[in-house]
Design a protein around this ligand. Sequence first.
Ligand code: ATP
Ligand code: ZN
Length: 465
Amino acid sequence: MNTSNSTHSSAKSDSSTSVEPLEQRVRRLEQEKVALEQQIEALRLEQALWNRSTLAADLPKEAPLDPLPKVEKLSNLEIARYGRQLILPNFGIQGQMDLRNCAMLVVGAGGLGASCALYLGGAGVGRLGIVDHDTVDISNLHRQIIHNESRQGMPKAESAAISVRMLNPLCQVIVHNLVLDSSNAQPIINAYDIVIDATDNAATRYLLNDACVLGGKPLVSGSALRFDGQLTTYNYRGGPCYRCLFPTPPPAETVTNCSDGGVLGVVPGTIGCLQALEAIKIATRMNEHDPPTMTLFSANSSTMFRTIKLRKRKPDCIVCGDSPTIDKLIDYVQFCGSSATDKTPDLFLIPFQERLTCKAYKSIYDRRTPHVLLDVREKVQFDICSLPSSINIPLKNLPEHIDEIKDQLGPQQDRPVYVVCRRGNDSQPAVKILQEYGITRGEIKDIVGGLEKWSDQIDPDFPKY
Ligand SMILES: Nc1ncnc2c1ncn2[C@@H]1O[C@H](COP(=O)(O)OP(=O)(O)OP(=O)(O)O)[C@@H](O)[C@H]1O
Ligand SMILES: [Zn+2]
């Protein structure tokens, strides 16, 4: 051991004193130049973070219709960066080259897309497209860790691209700051090898499914809500497409999003990581012969993960079957009854004369007119914030608690009842229920726009969540 070491070091010192051949010197300097250029690029990105407009202007905005240039050799910088995964058996140089030569599209830079895009960028995907139409909001940051406090109001696709480029300047990131819909999806999807569905709405799920079937792309799909998540790869190696499993969309009113249902931040973070893993496995052909599966995650259960084997594609599926009837993208807003941008639509279930504006309620409140203020949100929300002297009975429990309201109506049972909720949607069916029970001789009205509008129009100190 000692002997061999000393031989090595003496050989080294010999070579360091000898003159380096010109050709070798040129090669070495060229490599150093590339490494320095990459370092300059990383520093420039860091500096540009403080100058948003410079960086934003610099990001590629169009779908790259040119194919990703194929490389056949990793640079020394790449070998240093990806060393820990390069030494993995069954991954190695070939796996890294496969990633380097792969273009992936992450649709949605929200809860799922945040962890997914960061891990894909970090792993060394050659080209990463990021689609999102929305901007960064403070309420995103508990889970969408690709964004940060200083990027509030910035387009999410841009913010996500900055984070990925700062993590790994070798990954080419393409920003698609747009609503992906039938008019633009197909050429964008066709420009990538693998598509990741990190969105949150039915219209986009069906759109992505059909575009991936028509474009022949695997679709790594994830979802997360509250404490639960789900992961499936569609349209891959003879497995089913999303329509094979879910031929019709759920009724729009039964779909809950994170804003209404809540979500624990690490849940989409976990599913997003698994989506990145699935995409890496596809790109590098790992576990090629595994059957198609659906993985269910539940943070609340002791086992947490459950994997179900899926059947092959359905021969009678209208998009991936033997005789498909869908041969181009359709109107997914009409098909699903809701659009990608409908966050929480305002419902109009009762006539306007049976409703109160926030300003009208404020004057009733200021005049101290006797009344009952009924808050029909869930208790967990009522505990966050509430208006003074309101009573809390959640909408779903209302029929069993009618007597509690009657107790508040005064000796003549004639006090008006005003109903409030978070956004002015649940308060309307509550008014209908109270009317059916005929609980008061006074008026029954709800507050338009609910507590969110109260915060916007009356009391800016009232919290919004
Ligand atoms: N068709 C689409 N085109 C572009 N972006 C989309 C499309 N559909 C969904 N998205 C994006 O996917 C992301 C999904 O993220 P997530 O489920 O975490 O919800 P969110 O809208 O960020 O948050 P919240 O529901 O709390 O307001 C969002 O950023 C949304 O803008
Ligand atoms: Zn199908």
